[in-house]
Design a protein around this ligand. Sequence first.
Ligand code: NAD
Length: 477
Amino acid sequence: MARAQLKAVDLGHSQRRSPGVIGVVGSGTMGAGIAQLACRAGARTLLYDPVADALARGAQRVREGLGKEAAKGKLTTEQHQQASDLLEPVESLEALAPCELVIEAAPERLDVKHELFRRLSEIVSEECVIASNTSSLPITAVAAGATHPERVVGMHFFNPPPLMRLLEVIAGVRSCERALAVADAAGKAMGKDVISAADGPGFLVNRCNRPFGLEALRLLAEGVADIPAIDRIVRLGGGFKMGPFELSDLVGIDTGFDVSKSFYELSFGEPRWRPSPIQARQVAAGLHGRKTGRGYYDYSGERPHRPADPEPPAGGSDAIVSGEGPLADALRARCSGSEGPKIEVDGLGGLIEGEPFYALVPLSLVEVTGEAGTKAFAGLGLHTERVRPAPGGVLGRIVCQLVNEAAFALGEGVGSADDIDTGMVLGLNHPRGPITWGRELGFEHVLATLDELWSVYREERYRPAPTLRRLAHDESA
Ligand SMILES: NC(=O)c1ccc[n+]([C@@H]2O[C@H](COP(=O)([O-])OP(=O)(O)OC[C@H]3O[C@@H](n4cnc5c(N)ncnc54)[C@H](O)[C@@H]3O)[C@@H](O)[C@H]2O)c1
């Protein structure tokens, strides 16, 4: 259907060059950053905001942003001047008439966006592509406000736009190929790594990251580990810059809770995306994170909300490792295997002197359940953290759910495997993409962990994606 309708607006050029005139609607946090990128890409950039002060502030921020780039040597004096000259703050939406691409960065309300898209449809030419930078509204729903919904696409920039390398280009149900190609070309001209995502809750990146916060909340609710321990395990064991609770405090627990509710509603109750009562309780208590001085951590005092992470222990002891697979190999690489405690590896963990333990490759931290594990793994120079026995432990469960969510997204055609990995690394600073991680851990081990979670909880939340089963099967074939 999209291709048939495309004929109504496509005047014949299969356009791949970046648009020469770009309009940006809304000059707040995102709009100003996007306008800076448009100027840098060499486009005449028309910046509009209905609030005069906001427009002035936004234009000022664009100029300052370009100035900073020049000061850092990223722009020559001449390039800086050229880029600055391309910015034109405009006081009416009608002034956007000459645009080939308009990027909307107005408040996140469907009624506001519908009204804008309706008016823009009357102002710009039929060839002009209209993009929304919405982070949570379905592009298909936003496009319904436009006269030609096939020219509407999503261009999801990450905050701050000039610094974050990723751009998600999202196809609504009716988006046409030409509009997607224009958005792609504009994104590339702005220096972005562009990935393609299908429309749906959270598009690609935010959808694939759902388990990072939600599985951590579930682990907390079950008492597998406390907040600082979960965050430490994720940082030290997983190589993430921040643990899920610190991140949630940064984003705002109230914002995160709204996003969770929106995912759950848009999916008509997908169990993997069910919000947590812990989020609801934090919001009800007014403990929203950094912005209120307290969330999962306390930010009110002089001291940082947590101590600095320790260096790994010195090591120097030996152990006897049995079992096969990447984890057993990584442990064997740390000892001669001639004496010491016996470590039996099975999948993403195993037993040490009868105590369960959990660890992922690349190996830097082991989740232990007793004294024998604490002593033995510290003796091998590894961080340890005490947890309660539970399938997959903390990091294994979060990562297996990340891999599973990515496999669902892959199977549902939300994005390609490469785009999923690129999106998670560049958009969210994950240490590696979930598909790569699944391959490193062994998809069969990921599947076995999910099967174990399923057998313990009997919850749909832990059902393995059909694509995960296929990947595990292909791996063993
Ligand atoms: N802030 C983020 O981290 C982030 C990241 C990705 C996407 N987004 C999305 O970008 C959009 C803008 O978010 P933001 O953080 O820049 O918001 P913001 O509040 O900083 O800026 C919004 C701007 O829109 C202006 N505005 C108000 N009504 C308008 C109207 N009718 N038409 C045009 N402009 C209007 C406001 O004056 C304001 O300057 C939202 O859709 C949001 O979901 C935000």
